[in-house]
Each structure stands twice: as C-alpha cells, then as structure tokens.
Design a binder for this molecule. Structure first.
Ligand code: NDP
Length: 347
C-alpha cells in the first residue's frame, strides 16, 4: 500500500515537472550546442479545453535557424531563455476537451518540452492508422506540402520537361523529385554525398543525381545531366549550386524559390552572379513562396499526398535521432547534411 502511494507521488511529481530545451544565446554562423540549454518547468493544472501531451516525435527544420536570429521575418524570432518551438507529434495523456481523449495522436506547433499542456485549438488529430505518426512531420506534413505546392503551383512541370531539385535527398527534395516523376518529367537531383546520389537514383527513381561536394564543374555536370536544359528548378539551397543550375535554364523556365540553406549561416552579405539579365532574356519566372501561402488548400493536397503514399507512388525515408536531448544536435546536423530524408527526434 505504502509502496503504491510512493509510486503515485513519484508519478505526479514527474508529470508536474517537464524538461524543456531553450535558446540560451543567438548563434553567429553555424549554431553550436552552447546556443541551447535545458530547463525544468512546472506544468499547470488543466483548465477547460486543454490537453496534457507527451511529445513523441519532434521535427527539426532549416527555417528554425532564421528564428534563432533577432531579425524580422515571416515568423517571429525565438525568445532567449524560452523553449524552441516546432512541429511535434504527441500523445494525449489527459484531456478536458470534447475533441480529444487520452490516447489520441496529435500534431501541433509546440515547445521542445517532454510533456506539455496545450489548448485544443493549437493541435490537430492525426490518423496513425494511415501512416506512421512521424510521417505527419515529413511527407504528410509541412515538408510534403512544401514540395507539393512549390512544384505543382509554381513549377507547373509538364510531361517531358526537365526538373532539377537541389537539397534533393532532404525532406522536401525527395518528395519534389518523385512528384516530378509522377508528372512524367526527366528528374535530376543535387545532393552532398555519393550515398545520397545512389539513393536518389535507386530508391526514389531520379533519372540523374549529382554530388555537389565532389563535382568540380557544376555547370558542366548539370549540362550533361540535362541535355535539353532545365525547365523547372526547385531551389532549396541557393548559392553557387543555384548559380550553376540557372546558367542552364531554358526559355520560359519556372524557379520555385523554396529555401536558401547554403546562406542561412552567412555572417556577411553573400554576393553572386547578377541573375536578372538571365531571367529577363529567357523569360524565366522565379517566385519565392512560404508553404503557409497555400494553407487554404492543405486538406486537398494532404489527401493527394496520402493517396500517393498508400499507392506506393511516393516513397519516404527519415533519419531518426533517439532521445529528447538530441534535439540541438539534430538541428545543427541539418547544416552538415547529417540527414537523409526528414530529420526527426524520437523522444
Ligand atoms: P533537408 O531535409 O533538405 O535538410 C537540409 C539539407 O540541406 C541537408 O541534409 C544538406 O544536404 C543540405 N545542405 C545543408 N547545408 C548546405 C549547403 N551549404 N549547401 C547545399 N546544401 C546544403 O531540409 P528540408 O527539406 O526541410 O528543407 C529544404 C529547404 O527548403 C531548406 O532551405 C528550407 O529552409 C526550405 N523550406 C522552405 C519552406 C517554405 O515554405 N518555403 C518550407 C520547408 C522548407 P546535403 O547532404 O545534400 O548537403
């Protein structure tokens, strides 16, 4: 009896305190482990329409680097000494909400905290019977939607056209290439290791792939991989890789400008070729976008992505680090290409 009582006390003590990972300082250049620290917080009691959540899978994403700066952007910066926030798949432990019961799997933009109290309005149920829960941070989540809208709504690939994607072996890139194959295109990926190049060709069905770290003449390599020129360039990385692709761009090409990861840790203003003459004389459309621009069409896109996944037309992979305290390492690892597919931390 006494033993059971002590166990119960321990349970409530554990549940009422939660570990979180907070931003300790703002990075200069590539983030380091020292930019993060852990803190313990007390969980408040549930009030109406709230849930107690246990974090299961945490997403790390390149855009978080921008939020570590104290700079104006499309999302506010992370505050110092406050938890980092991002996509989290969690399990409901307790609920005062009519919409959720204990055991439900949910997705939300939530703090890096092991257990947390969330308002019902900040989370959505996910169907864990349709796909593994972590897929909702990748192919059936923000990266999948980014690939879908950037490629189909801006890139508008036509059968027989050539589509090049940089950051090709990452969360967004592998989906872009496969959707372009579904649309009947010649697809070329650019990635940073020979293993990634092999995976793109052998598992994800890319026609060609180039290792930008070992290739000495990227312009020539792209020319060789794209004998008919480049009709759609899905730009995930920017910098010199993009300069080399754009040197091979076709008349009336489309460039969905999705990410510029090669510049996220720059400390000075990057200088490159002036692209406007090329865009002008070849009537090229280059359009930046943020996936949330398309939020009113997410439901329809997720239905299509899920259909392709269940039909086996879209393959997916992820790199999983195990342990809540691996979150900083996982985020930093994105900038040296430690991930293949979506980078996830399983708590
Ligand atoms: P990834 O899963 O692709 O991970 C990042 C990858 O970028 C790494 O694995 C690495 O692969 C590559 N990389 C890192 N540093 C460099 C560099 N200096 N030069 C070239 N490649 C580099 O991330 P995501 O798929 O989640 O995101 C891809 C891009 O899309 C990012 O730029 C991100 O910011 C952007 N994005 C934009 C969104 C929008 O709404 N516009 C939404 C989601 C993502 P490698 O080994 O090949 O170098």
């Amino acid at each position: 009896m006494a033993k059971q009582f002590l166990k119960t006390i321990k349970y409530f003590t554990i549940m009422k305190n939660a570990q979180q990972i907070v931003l300790a300082s703002r990075p200069k250049g590539v983030p380091t482990i020292d930019n993060f620290t852990t803190a313990t917080v007390q969980l408040p009691a549930l009030t109406r329409q709230q849930v107690l959540l246990q974090g299961l899978y945490y997403s790390v994403d390149p855009y978080m680097r921008g939020r570590m700066n104290d700079a104006k952007s499309y999302v506010p910066p992370f505050a110092l000494n406050q938890p980092i926030q991002g996509g989290v798949v969690a399990r409901v432990l307790q609920s005062t909400s009519d919409r959720f019961v204990a055991g439900n799997f949910v997705l939300g933009n939530l703090p890096w905290q092991e257990t947390m109290v969330a308002a019902e309005a900040d989370i959505n149920k996910i169907d864990e019977t349709l796909a593994p829960p972590a897929y909702y941070l990748g192919i059936l989540g923000m990266p999948g939607l980014t690939a879908y809208f950037g490629l189909l709504h801006i890139g508008k690939p036509q059968p027989g056209e050539t589509v090049v994607v940089s950051g090709a072996a990452g969360a967004v890139g592998v989906v872009v290439g496969q959707i372009a194959k579904i649309k009947g295109c010649h697809v070329v990926g650019i990635a940073g290791t020979d293993n990634k190049v092999a995976l793109l060709k052998n598992t994800f069905g890319f026609d060609e792939a180039i290792n930008y770290k070992t290739e000495t003449d990227m312009r020539q390599a792209i020319k060789k991989a794209c004998p008919n020129g480049v009709d759609v360039y899905f730009d995930n990385v920017g910098g010199e890789i993009s300069d080399a692709v754009i040197a091979n761009i076709n008349f009336h090409a489309r460039i969905p400008l999705c990410g510029q990861i090669s510049l996220y840790n720059s400390t000075g203003a990057p200088v490159g070729p002036r692209l406007q003459p090329m865009l002008l004389t070849r009537s090229v459309l280059m359009q930046g976008f943020i996936v949330s621009n398309f939020s009113n069409q997410f439901a329809e896109a997720l239905k299509q992505l899920a259909k392709w996944v269940t039909e086996g037309k879209l393959q997916y992979t992820q790199t999983t680090l195990h342990g809540f305290n691996k979150l900083p390492e996982a985020l930093i690892g994105l900038f040296s290409g430690n991930n293949t597919g979506k980078m996830i931390v399983e708590a």
